[in-house]
Design a protein around this ligand. Structure first.
Ligand SMILES: [Fe+2]
Length: 376
């Protein structure tokens, strides 16, 4: 929202009503204002954490009849004599009107295969050498759910160095970082060259890793394009095509499981996860890790029907971005939004070696906020 200036403040039927110079209207409830009093008795001046115990406040607390603003500060003297001062800027930033909340809502830029013509990409040097470059890159990840870093040095471990530009790594049962290798004449199933259908990684964890980093160190093989699908776009398309399927996948938890001799990791969650305002938060989708359905019998067939409808959207060619990674490319994507996969390739035509790791989305978003504050 544009620069906040208070035009007038009135007690309107018990609410603190502020009219802003840009025409915006804010209504603040008295209990909300009292709860957020920024004085040092209510809010710790160092930690900025709340000290006030709301249980000590009369829930029928009322505003004074007259309200005043001086020097762009709203000053409220409560009935018990306690004084609260709010800056205009803080009030505007924390206005919880429908309009202000809608403006603060994240607006992901949805994409399909056409984004191949305008990939969100950035140079390695920009990410590593300047705060502006780092923020620019994080903006792309947040907006599009992925970004491609070009000209990353093809040195083992470089993927970790780039990830650590943001934060600590998120370790999993696959370790701190991992290799995706194919060799000529592969001798292990891990080195297969088969098609990998679109999926999100580790949906079997209570909190699947947020952002995945995949660095291409070597790629001489024929085929093997990486695929990305915007899971948020797929969910919105499904919502239009089949609202009942969308609603079903949003509410029905299904079980996921990974197990090997050392691990047995299980979690159940809906395929589509939204917040209470229906903003998309997460897609969990991985056929290979979906455990035998453990849901009420009358929900089994509706699940398969809804899953099939979603999968048709995910596999529609216009929704699949195909990128042939080249040496030095580092693909970074939100594993809880973008589904990834790989086309099959001929393992005898040359080597393919990617190195990967994860960072939590909290860390990505936090770093972005800190840089936004720093760079203004
Ligand atoms: Fe994967």
């Amino acid at each position: 929202m544009s620069k906040p200036n208070i035009q007038s403040v009135l007690n309107v039927e018990g609410l603190c009503q502020i009219v802003w110079t840009n025409g915006h209207l804010s209504d603040f409830q008295p209990l909300w204002l009292r709860d957020n009093c920024p004085c040092p008795i209510c809010l710790h001046s160092d930690t900025r954490e709340r000290i006030l115990d709301i249980m000590d406040v009369d829930f029928t607390i009322e505003l004074p009849t007259e309200l005043y603003v001086t020097n762009d500060q709203l000053k409220i003297t409560w009935q018990d004599g306690h004084e609260s001062n709010f800056t205009a800027q803080w009030l505007m930033k924390n206005c919880y009107s429908d309009r202000a909340r809608a403006e603060r809502r994240p607006t992901p830029k949805l994409w399909g295969q056409e984004i191949i013509n305008s990939l969100p990409e950035i140079e390695y040097a920009d990410v590593m050498n300047s705060d502006e470059g780092l923020l620019n890159w994080l903006d792309k990840i947040v907006d599009y759910g992925f970004a491609l870093i070009r000209n990353t040095p093809t040195v083992e471990g470089e993927v970790v160095r780039v990830a650590e530009r943001v934060s600590y790594l998120r370790e999993t049962n696959f370790g701190r970082d991992f290799d995706v290798i194919s060799k000529i004449n592969p001798n292990n199933v891990a080195y297969t060259a088969l098609t990998l259908q679109s999926h999100t990684d580790l949906p079997n964890w209570e909190l699947p890793p947020g952002t995945q980093f995949l660095h291409c160190l070597e790629f001489e093989a024929d085929g093997g394009e990486s695929t990305l699908v915007d899971g948020f776009k797929a969910a919105r398309s499904l919502q239009k095509l089949s609202p009942s399927a969308y609603d079903f996948l949003k509410t029905q938890e299904i079980p996921f499981r990974f197990h090997d001799p050392d691990w047995d990791i299980r979690w159940s969650a809906p395929t589509i996860n939204c917040d209470t305002d229906d903003n998309l938060r997460e897609i969990r989708y991985h056929a290979a890790l979906t455990a035998p359905l453990d849901i009420p019998a009358d929900r089994v067939m509706p699940f398969y029907k809804a899953y099939r409808e979603l999968t048709e959207v995910i596999r529609a060619p216009e929704n699949i971005l195909k990128i042939k990674l080249a040496k030095g490319d580092l693909l970074v994507f939100n594993n809880r939004r973008a589904l990834h996969g790989r086309m099959s390739f001929d393992p005898n035509s040359g080597p393919r070696h990617l190195q990967g790791c994860y960072v939590d989305n909290d860390a990505i978003l936090s770093k972005r906020r800190i840089l936004q504050q720093k760079l203004g």
